[in-house]
Design a protein around this ligand. Structure first.
Ligand SMILES: CCCCCC/C=C/C(=O)SCCNC(=O)CCNC(=O)[C@H](O)C(C)(C)COP(=O)(O)OP(=O)(O)OC[C@H]1O[C@@H](n2cnc3c(N)ncnc32)[C@H](O)[C@@H]1OP(=O)(O)O
Length: 363
């Protein structure tokens, strides 16, 4: 016999009433339907005066109940039981979490990109190399950001897999010299760098860095272009550009002095001072630090709550906060990229990279 042909007993109705309390929030429209059916099942047709036009909530409830007209109490009880049973089965199936491998978006080799709960998560995925950023990874991050800017997620997160957030530019990027020579390599790298940083400058939705461990070089400098930076207490922030014969990028020559003042920015960007997570937070580069033991749990709970906020309002707020600086940031990015193009051809830089690659030097 079909469910609707059955008559719901008082016991079925009472069990639906207790089941409804355990359901995930079904949204206002369904809540109004449930309210109306409950009133109809227990009191019969709507019998109270219509609330005033400014009493919005009670008026919506009254309208929903009144719309049921003279529906018999028994039918309302049955409809209530059926509605709750439908909601329970769909909420059971949506609470079955698929393993990450099944949810991951195809087409990325150096990243794991997933979208759920209105959050697109871009995870750098070279843990054995401390998530050092190869040419392929720069390109894939740009692709993932462009896709995330158009998908239906409300917020986008960048994070790292393993013990590091990222050790920055993969220093072996400099070893793959094309037949056209080293100048050509420096030129194409500067274009890649500029395009990469532009993607962060132009990203239209709230962008959050979940810094799960130490961060080096370009993975630190671009943090000034994020809207929120959450860090594990294990994270450190290191920009050893002078040690590498290089100069700052990611618009940090502008964002860092603005965030932390010129003196603190110079210590990081010129002298390569490494900051702890607590120091980075005190200087405004990091929004909040969480104990490493509860980092993932606390951060994702927070982000899931934020991702439920109205997405258009968040986008517009970001625009209002950031848009007036965009042109300036693009010009700074171009200037920093030009300076680095020169630096990459210098002996200081060549020697530092060779020392790392031949294992003579680490940070
Ligand atoms: C298109 C170009 C755009 C350029 C933009 C400009 C960007 C600038 C920067 O980002 S500058 C910062 C560059 N990064 C570094 O200088 C970090 C170098 N790495 C280290 O000093 C150390 O590896 C470490 C301190 C990050 C970690 O040390 P440790 O814990 O002892 O681990 P290992 O050194 O054994 O590392 C494991 C494994 O990963 C390889 N690796 C780590 N980082 C990098 C890197 N940045 N580039 C290349 N390879 C890296 C390391 O060699 C080991 O590999 P192996 O197991 O030996 O094969």
């Amino acid at each position: 016999m079909s469910k609707t042909a059955m008559r719901a007993s008082q016991k079925d109705f009472e069990s639906a009433l207790s089941q409804v309390k355990r359901l995930k929030d079904p949204g206002n429209e369904v809540k109004l339907k449930l309210y109306a059916l409950y009133k109809q099942a227990t009191e019969g047709p709507c019998n109270t005066p219509k609330p005033g036009v400014f009493d919005l909530i009670n008026k919506a409830k009254w309208d929903a109940w009144n719309a049921l007209g003279s529906l018999p109490k028994e039918t309302a009880r049955q409809n209530y039981v059926d509605l709750v049973s439908g909601l329970s089965s769909s909420s059971d199936s949506s609470s079955q979490v698929k393993p990450e491998a099944d949810r991951k978006q195809p087409g990325y080799e150096t990243l794991v990109v997933t979208s759920e709960d209105s959050i697109t998560k871009i995870m750098m995925n070279r843990p054995a190399k401390k998530n050092a950023i190869t040419i392929q990874m720069y390109n894939e991050i740009m692709l993932a950001l462009k896709a995330a800017s158009k998908d239906d997620s409300a917020i986008t997160v960048l994070t790292g897999n393993g013990d590091y957030y990222s050790s920055g530019n993969d220093l072996s990027n400099f070893t793959d010299i094309p037949p056209e020579g080293i100048e050509e390599k420096a030129k194409s790298s500067a274009i890649l760098l500029r395009d990469f940083v532009d993607c962060f400058i132009d990203f239209p939705k709230p962008l959050i860095a979940v810094v799960n461990g130490p961060a080096v070089g370009i993975s630190v400098t671009i943090l000034g272009l994020f809207d929120t930076v959450y860090a594990s207490s294990r994270a450190t922030f290191h920009t050893p550009f002078s040690h590498l014969g290089q100069s700052p990028e990611g618009c940090s020559s502008y964002t860092f002095p603005k965030i932390m003042g010129p003196a603190k920015a110079a210590e990081m960007l010129i002298f390569g001072k490494k900051l702890t997570a607590a120091e980075a937070c005190a200087q405004g580069l990091v929004t909040e630090v969480f104990p490493d033991s509860t980092f993932q749990k606390e951060v994702w709970t927070r982000l899931k709550a934020y991702s439920k906020l109205p997405p258009n309002a968040m986008r517009i707020s970001k625009q209002v906060i950031r848009n007036r600086e965009k042109e300036k940031l693009r010009a700074i990015n171009a200037e920093e990229s030009r300076a680095l193009q020169e630096r990459w051809l210098s002996d200081e830089c060549t020697n530092a990279v060779m020392n790392f690659l031949t294992r003579k030097a680490k940070l």
